[in-house]
Design a protein around this ligand. Sequence first.
Ligand code: NAD
Length: 249
Amino acid sequence: MGEFDGLVAAVTGGASGIGLATARLLAERGAAVAVLDLRPHDVGESLLGVRCDVTDDGEVRSAVEAVRERFGGLDVLVNNAGIGAQGDISANDDAEWHHVLDVNVVGIARVSRAALGLLRASEHAAIVNTCSIAGIAGLPQRALYSASKGAVRALTLAMAADHVREGIRVNCVAPGTVDTPWIGRLLDSAADPGAERAALEARQPTGRLVSAAEVAHAIVHLASPAAAGTTGTVLNVDGGMSGLRVRPA
Ligand code: NAD
């Protein structure tokens, strides 16, 4: 028996990295899983891939409706789709600010709003948002991204308060640097990818990057009926980055 037997989950940004690891783990634990992503065909056969750009309200509504049609309801929503931005406040123009906030913050509101009716009807309703260490601690050269993830943290708490009496739990995870295709792309664009990777590893007290599976396990725990007493929390999965003062090795 899996702890998600009979439950339905949707994971945005579930075609890659943290989202894909989460979608697979939810399926392994018994959930029927839909992946809502720009690239729905990348998810394999055990998951339902649904085309969904979280910045497009029409696509979001259709995707949630597709989940309802296929699986009959929705119990777990993982709002994980996100994009990055580098630099200080001068590095990005207004259009870039609006776009990153649209994907990383408004996207969560848009998908959650579309899913609320189904979640209210569930006896095990849980939302887990993907925040970041950048929303917790001050990181250099991440102004826009940090602003978006700080908003994810605040939105998580606000949603938790608004929906607690309806039986919908809302939590978020705050990963450190995670070994996903996203970080792969960042390293590929560096002048010396090996040195850049070593610098990212040294920044984490554990001396290594967090794995996508480690973040997935945290998300799946928060989403599970076993976490029924937990709402409005931020679970750091950051190799100690936010809380520890350890010299780089
Ligand atoms: P990734 O690039 O490997 O995967 C992101 C997924 O999101 C992709 O499948 C992409 O197609 C999808 N996506 C992007 N824009 C979308 C949109 N508008 N609508 C729907 N889907 C969209 O990234 P990842 O590293 O797995 O990151 C996932 C989440 O984790 C993001 O929210 C990111 O901010 C957060 N995070 C990542 C790290 C890290 O170091 N990798 C650290 C902290 C937080």
